[in-house]
Each structure stands twice: as structure tokens, then as C-alpha cells.
Ligand binder design. Sequence first.
Ligand code: AMP
Length: 299
Amino acid sequence: MSLLVVGSVAYDSVETPFGKRSNVLGGSALFFSLAAGFFCPVNLVAVVGKDFCKKDIDFLKRKKINLNGLEIAEGKTFRWKGRYSADFNNRETIFTHLNVFENFNPILPEQYKKSGYVFLANIDPDLQLKVLKQISKPRLTACDSMNLWIENKRASLMKVLKVIEIFIVNDSEAKQLTGRSNLIKAGNKMLTMGPKMVVIKKGEHGALVFTKQFKFCSAAYPLENVCDPTGSGDAFAGGFMGYLAMKKSLTKSNFKKAVIYGSILASFNVESFSIERLKKLKQAEINKRFREFKELISF
Ligand code: AMP
């Protein structure tokens, strides 16, 4: 079944302890689509400017990402620049130039209104609500958010959480949203806000899953070389949702495996700058890492 993602497509600039890149492909929906594309067809809804390069459009088409919902608007593509600390634990945003993203008004193409699997990547929660209203009877909906919306759009974010099924959030955002410094308390608190499942991403420390029926705790795939963590949360969400959309049956076992595939896609993503690693990634490498991961965490 196909998977819909709505979010940002950007030209990113990043500085990490291992180097820098300027104006390279990025954006939450882009990292998500590339990761999810290993499991199922992906329908992308986003906006870019007239400056968005044809070679990048051709690349996305080659990756079989459906671009019927990619609007090319008058103006410049969204640009974001970030800089990481030496241990990658802190990221400073140097600039956010919204450009055409400022007036992003996601109108779904008719054929996407019956999407079974939906991921609302990091965009204004009012827009996330607007997208949800356009979709009839989705099988599974999930969303992400960020500190900006937790601070400035809390009421709207709470409305999204009331109707979304899975909330995928990182550890610092979980603490910020709930006012709880303990992640177990934060996870349980978020379950009371509406979602049936909460996934807390802890970066190099793995992920925690909370539902009323079960909890799951996964390590991250241990990596020696981390180059650029940008987009790893979106790559995680892409692997997670892509696997579920491919498997169709929403069992506890599939949810757990989805967390592992999410972690695997995120682990590949951080090995190079921007989308460089995902661009070259082969299905066989994902399968190999899945086997290694299983061996590492089984006892
Ligand atoms: P992550 O590392 O998961 O936080 O995702 C980083 C990606 O999010 C980058 O590729 C940015 O282009 C994109 N991004 C940064 N700020 C925003 C924003 N305010 N809205 C949407 N996307 C953003």
C-alpha cells in the first residue's frame, strides 16, 4: 500500500566536526521518502521554488518517489543551515529561510486523498491538521514535530495529537512537551494526550515505544563513524512507516521490526553528509545490517 508524506524539501547547509556542505538536498519529507522508498511506493507532498534543480527532480524520479504533489512555486526553495558540536550532542540552527515554504498550503492531489499510510513530517501543526482533514479513512497516521511548534503552537499540536495514531518525537522534545525529565514518565504522559503509540527517539541511545498494550525498548545500531546526523529522525520515520506500509498487518511483532528498520535507515543516513549515504544505499546492505542488528541485541 502506498505511503503519503507531507513535509519540507530543502537545500541544507551543514557544518559538522568532519566537514561541511552547502546547499545540498535536505528537508524532512525528502529524508523520509528516500528511507521509506526501500519498502513501498512513496507519494511526496511538498513545495520547492523555481530554483529547485532539474537534476534533483530527476534524481527523485529515479528513486521512484511520486512527485504529483510537489508544487513548484514562484520564489526560492526553503533553506536551512545547522552546525553540530564536536560530540554531535548539540545542534545550532544558523539560519532558517522559509522562502516558498512560508506560504505552503498542502492541497492533496485527488488520488492521495485515499492514502492508507500517512506521515506528517515536521511542519506547522495547523498544516498537519489541514492535511489530515483531506484524507478519508487512513489505515495508519503518524507525525513528527519540533521544539519550534512545542513552544509557539502548543494548542494546535495538542489538536494533532488528539487525532494522530503514532507520535514520533525525540527525547528533548518529549521532555519539553510534557515537562517531565524522566522519559518513561514523558512517554506515558504523551499517551494520555491522544496517540495510541508514542515513539521516543534517543539518537545514539536507541528508541522507546509506548502503547497501552506493550512497551518496547531498542538500542541504536552501534556505529564507529558518524558524519552528519541531519535528517536521521526523518530517515528513522521513513524506515518505520515504510516497513509497516509494506507488511500491511499492524501486529506487535511488525511494530517492533519497524523500529529496528527505522533505526537501520537512520544509522545509514548519519554515515555521510546530507542524503549521500541513502543515495547509494542498496537493499542488500539493509538486509545485512538487519541480521547483524538481530545478533547484537538478542540474548
Ligand atoms: P532533523 O535532523 O531530523 O531535525 O531534520 C533536519 C531537516 O529538517 C533538514 O533537512 C532541514 O531542512 C529540515 N528543517 C529544519 N527546520 C525546519 C522547519 N522549521 N520546518 C521544516 N523542516 C525543517
